[in-house]
Design a protein around this ligand. Structure first.
Ligand code: AHR
Length: 510
């Protein structure tokens, strides 16, 4: 529960009660643009992520537009979702697109072998996915099936989606209700080829990728950006091998999940955790920076002109599933800790905006680190949702160099992390925005915000914090964690703010 009194104390301009961290933003030296697709989402056929969570079908009593829930889509629109990846994940390498077209009552029912062994009705297919993207105003990222599919199947899917000709496949699309071709912004060849996508070596996959892309053709004006399925964690062998490819490669995917314990078999709970798992979660999140650095370094060697992006198309927290839920559904609660994880990752992605030009949090609704949790016709917004919304000004903003001096340290036992994380950018509205995260769950910290070469008048924005580390929203208390207004006045051309314990602040520097 956010306590108004605590917030009021926290956001007051402060005397120097604590060591002062200083954050200096160089607004005169704009860096690379923070591609809006860094705020991309991921919707897989997994658990209730699509069915129930977003898709109820046009006949449902739940208010919907073309089968997609109005409440959920409405809330997602407020996030300015720039891009959605679909249909997987591991599901993508067992998905056959022809199962998901034509009259829904005639579509084959399959078994979702990756996620809980449940029936997959194929009610959501290509046309439905494009309806969702259209309602959100989002770009589309379609993940092709290399594992159990074929080059022919992927090529024909692209033709079905993008051809304006009178070919049989284009006519079939028209017969199924879509006259005009769609624009496929991104198309990936397989997923996690090192694991659920086929347990391949980087060399074997690279050859399959090169062969596949020879046959993946569209009219030139609507050629999607092609994505090769890359590695994970600090394994650079995939980025190295794939960034040597010269043709038809626009991005290499990369996956890294934050697991509190670092152990897959016992990851840690989403709520009710002790402080040792708060700090290990922060520490493990910050590893994203090193993972990007080492992967970007091998890509710089092979692709110095940075033609190929490193797309972190799966990231987020992965906890033990909520007790009593289907272990294959990956349903987990989402607390203030998740918002801090999201903000730390955003700040890292901004710092690598030259190479990281797309990321997709896993996943959009009801799965892993979700924006929204649903229960039948009800929904709640998670702390992660609020973090995404607070960071909207960073979409397509010009990154600005930020120097953090005199940063404090936060420790539990032998684990230590930096206390403050910061990022800044000049947004499309012309204003400079700063994002600050205090990783310490116990102590506020005084932060001086300077703008080199200019005076700061005030900071105006929002803060997200709460009294408990695992504060979260429930259907009984849907607004337990939500942003509050944040402002601080300057004196002498600089502003000193007290950043509350365990908080995220995004503010315009005015
Ligand atoms: O996001 C859940 C799963 O995690 C994805 O399907 C897979 O790509 C990854 O292992």
């Amino acid at each position: 529960m956010i306590k108004k009194t605590i917030l009021a104390l926290s956001i007051a301009a402060s005397g120097a009660a604590f060591a002062q961290v200083s954050v200096t933003i160089d607004a005169a030296k704009p860096g690379p643009v923070i591609n809006k697709n860094i705020y991309g989402q991921f919707a897989e056929h997994l658990g209730t992520g699509i069915y129930e969570g977003m898709w109820v079908g046009p006949e449902s009593k739940v208010p919907n537009t073309k089968g997609w829930r109005n409440d959920v889509v409405g809330a997602l629109k407020d996030l300015h979702v720039p891009l959605v990846r679909w249909p997987g994940g591991c599901f993508a390498d067992e998905y056959h697109w022809r199962d998901g077209i034509g009259p829904r009552d005639k579509r084959p029912v399959k078994v979702n072998t990756n996620w809980g062994g449940v029936e997959e009705s194929n009610a959501v297919g290509t046309h439905e996915f494009f309806d969702l993207a259209e309602q959100l105003g989002a770009e589309v990222y379609v993940n092709g099936n290399l594992g159990t599919g074929s080059n022919q199947e992927m090529a024909e899917w692209l033709e079905y989606m993008t051809s304006d000709s009178k070919s049989t496949l284009a006519e079939l699309r028209r017969k199924n209700g879509h006259e005009k071709p769609w624009k496929v912004d991104y198309f990936a060849v397989g997923n996690e080829a090192w694991g659920c996508g086929g347990e391949m070596s980087p060399q074997h996959y690279a050859q399959l990728y090169k062969t596949a892309t020879v046959f993946l053709k569209t009219p030139p004006a609507v050629r999607p950006k092609f994505i090769a399925s890359g590695g994970n964690d600090n394994d650079t062998t995939w980025s190295d091998e794939l960034s040597k490819i010269k043709n038809k490669i626009d991005g290499i995917s990369f996956h890294y999940y934050t697991i509190p314990t670092g152990v897959w078999e016992k990851k840690g709970a989403a709520t009710g955790f002790a402080e040792d798992q708060w700090i290990s979660t922060v520490k493990n999140t910050l590893k994203m920076d090193d993972h990007i650095k080492v992967n970007a370094a091998v890509m710089d060697k092979n692709d110095p002109q940075k033609k190929i992006g490193l797309f972190v198309d799966e990231w987020g927290t992965w906890y033990d599933v909520e007790p009593g839920t289907n272990t294959g559904f990956l349903f987990q609660q989402n607390s203030l800790r998740d918002a801090v994880v999201a903000a730390l990752n955003f700040n890292i992605f901004h710092a690598h905006a030259d190479r990281v030009r797309m990321t997709n949090i896993a996943q959009m609704v009801n799965v892993l680190q979700a924006m929204i949790l649903t229960d039948k016709d009800r929904m709640i917004l998670t702390p992660t949702y609020h973090a995404f919304k607070m960071y909207v000004p960073f979409q397509d903003a010009a990154s600005l160099p930020v120097a953090v001096a005199n940063n404090g340290k936060y420790s539990v036992g032998s684990t230590t992390v930096p206390q403050v994380s910061a990022s800044a950018a000049r947004a499309k509205d012309g204003k400079v925005y700063v994002a600050l995260v205090n990783t310490n769950p116990n102590k506020a910290v005084d932060v001086t915000v300077n703008l080199s070469g200019a005076k700061v008048g005030k900071l105006n924005g929002q803060v997200l914090t709460a009294t408990a580390m695992d504060a979260h929203n429930t259907f009984a208390q849907p607004d337990a964690v939500k942003p509050a207004p944040f402002s601080a006045q300057a004196s002498g051309g600089k502003v000193v703010v007290k950043l509350p314990a365990k908080s995220v602040v995004v503010a315009a520097v005015e």
